[in-house]
Write a protein that binds this ligand. Sequence first.
Ligand code: SF4
Ligand code: SF4
Length: 456
Amino acid sequence: MSSTTASPPSSQVPASRRLIGLSDLRRLAGGRVPGQVVIQYTDRCNASCAQCGMRVENRFPRSTLRPEILWPQIEAMARRGVAAISFTGGEPLLCLKDIAPLARRARDAGIRHVRTGTNGYFFRDHERPDFAARMADLAKTLLTSGFNAFWISVDSADPDLHEKNRGLPGVIRGIAKALPILHDHGLFPAANLGINRLTGGHGAPVPHDPADPATFDAAAFTGHFRQAFRRFYAFVESLGFTTVNACYPMSAEETPPDSDHAPAAATVQAGEAVYAATSTDDFIRFTPPEKAALFSALYEVIPEFRGRLRIFTPRSSLLTLVRHYSGNTGNGHYPCRGGIDFFFMDAARGHIFPCGYRGGEDLGRFSDLDPAAIKTRPFCARCDWECFRDPSELFGPVMDLFSRPFSLARRFLSDPEYRRVWTADVRYALACDGCSAVVAPDMKKLARFGSPARPA
Ligand code: SF4
Ligand code: SF4
């Protein structure tokens, strides 16, 4: 394992790096969650992922924002108390020269969490003699710019499958070589899994035919994904990652689902999304019973690794997803804060949308948003986009604590599993320093959440 001495132990973490600040608590007490905006800086990309409409082979007019257009918007976000912005793509590192100074200015303006990531193309040329120097430069650029989250996509526990899907040969070896260098500079990237049928490697179960429910073996499907997630977590740990995130499958439907087999909520329709990180490909398309099974597998496997890896994914969110996709709506989820506290900005116009999927609701420039016109009652649960759904779920009980304490107490009393899991999620998130990329994992704190030994 690489040195972790470049970051301070979490007990000395400056307030600006902490997961939750006083201003966040004040906002939660007022019935709002800390705001975030996902900024699609560019839709250009150099990878060929099956799960994504922005893959390099797809022909459409590509767009990239410009710093002079974006900066006034970021200033407006800072003024309005947005706590987090993410620069996404396409491939954000193609625009590192633009987004690095924007990130610095955003941090200086008071935005506390600034994130970006990569498909990993930067790590391909690991045989070149200047590789170590380039990795050191990357770490310094990201750190001096104030980024405090940095993700690297990994699609499968099988390096060949990952590289084939991305069209980026050699990238996995490059990542393994880069991580110790990045760690030595105090940068701790997260492996970012977009859950797909090949997560665990070859041998994916045949897609379930919704027209023939009898053919679906939920226990076998769950068992397959249990092994897949185990293999995946062990794999990224072996590469040197200290932190892992899981993106829930974002399939778009080509036609409205058959009413007999539709999930309880509507789904994102192909062509509706403004963020083209969706696909109708079977690689990431799962039926509701399959989703119930795979979320259940992830829910079961996470505790096996929480003692050794910082895992973003809150189990309380998975619990509500399992219940939702199993048709158990007794104890509901917290609706999404998309369009209320969370927004998406597209690369083509620099406009704001409630999220990347409600493409019919163009809200114009962020600076033109009228706070009084925002309807603050959350309602949407049309997709499982974890960037928006997970924090909505995690912050829900905190807001209830301030505004509806008796209702929260009733829920916790009537649903002890949810209470236990949500409370553990909060304790775990604090122990992980919010999975910050600029704080080394505190293995002693993590060990309280599970065995540091490799599960059998
Ligand atoms: S998933 Fe990311 S890396 Fe892959 S094609 Fe889409 S934007 Fe590019
Ligand atoms: S659940 Fe959230 S992310 Fe999904 S469509 Fe609704 S507002 Fe958008």
